[in-house]
Write a protein that binds this ligand. Structure first.
Ligand code: MEV
Length: 321
């Protein structure tokens, strides 16, 4: 019997991270250069309920029954079973492979959940709608991140650019003019849950300051949204750089991330900022086509481990037309 597959992309937060946890808008984009793929193989000769999971990325090769109830994979499978009103699953082998680096702000945890939930539901003959997959992925994100805003699971479920605000209808983002986005990995991982917790603790000590900074981030995010919808993000890259300064003020940048941002700007990037939880992870830059090589060299000179150069498609024209 052939395997049933599902693939989910990575993601990048273009702007508005952290403030989004406090109800402000943020913009996220799928990153198709990295992905997680789940394949489910039937095991016809085996006993019902015998589920074997192989996930080489995290060194896992075990029976599902050996994983705790709060293990994210176990939880995902339980939620799919509950959704489909199933007590047991047919015997199968689940293989999860991923090219999304863990702890780098590219949505590795949400991509695993989305691809696993989709593949399993398809394997069981009941593909689930995006709304349900997103709800399951949010539940599982809560195990990873405590108080996630829901932006990561939403952009990965939809696989499309979004303007996201907690509790509001998600707006798909129609980008007018395409652009090039460079995503440089600082080589340092950090746990989003710790970064979000740090912001919460600092905010408790000085709420007016932090609420003001979140308000400023929201303003910048809406300017970027406007530039994407009506204008040209290359002309408005300074809003992203402004967002970086605000993130630095809320204490989630590091000297290396600051250096990567300023080097990218000196090399000609239109705008640059850290992306995601901070404390490590990635810096992004919007870059005109003729500046890609210089910005790439600048990132590498700072010690970047990996650079993804991705084209964000617009409604009209190709990049830099
Ligand atoms: C993580 O990708 C983005 C944060 O804003 C956390 C969240 O929104 O859940 C840092």
């Amino acid at each position: 019997m052939p395997a049933i597959y599902s693939t989910a992309p990575g993601k990048i937060i273009l702007c508005g991270e952290h403030a989004v946890v406090y109800g402000k808008p943020a913009i996220a984009l799928p990153v198709n250069q990295v992905w997680t793929k789940t394949a489910v193989f039937a095991k016809p000769g085996s006993v019902d309920g015998e589920i074997h999971i192989i996930a080489p990325g995290v060194g896992l090769d075990t029976n599902l029954s050996s994983l705790s109830r709060q293990n994210p994979l176990q939880r995902t499978i339980t939620l799919v079973k509950e959704e489909l009103h199933l007590n047991n699953l047919p015997a199968c082998e689940i293989r999860i492979t991923t090219s999304i680096p863990i702890g780098a702000g590219l949505g590795s945890s949400a991509a695993v959940t989305v691809s696993l939930a989709r593949a399993l539901a398809k394997f069981l003959g009941h593909p689930l709608p995006n709304e349900t997959i997103n709800r399951i992925a949010y539940e599982v994100e809560r195990i990873h991140h405590g108080t996630p805003s829901g932006i990561d699971n939403t952009v990965i479920t939809l696989g499309a650019p979004i303007l996201f605000q907690k509790g509001a209808q998600v707006e798909p983002l129609e980008i007018l003019k395409g652009f090039t986005l460079m995503i440089a990995d600082s080589g340092f991982t950090s746990a989003t849950v710790e970064m979000v917790d740090g912001v919460r603790i600092r905010r408790e000590q000085n709420q007016p300051k932090y609420d003001h900074l979140f308000e400023e981030i929201a303003k910048v995010t809406l300017q970027v949204y406007d530039a994407l919808c009506h204008g040209d993000i290359l002309q408005s890259g300074s809003f992203l750089s402004e967002n970086h300064l605000l993130l630095r003020e809320i204490g989630v940048s590091t000297p290396l991330l600051d250096e990567m941002v300023s080097s990218a700007l000196s090399a000609g990037a239109s705008g640059a900022k850290l992306s995601g939880g901070g404390g490590g992870g990635n810096v992004l830059a919007v870059v005109a086509a003729d500046k890609i090589d210089r910005v790439s060299a600048a990132f590498l000179a700072c010690g970047a481990r990996n650079i993804i150069t991705t084209t964000i498609q617009g409604k009209i024209g190709a990049v830099d037309e």
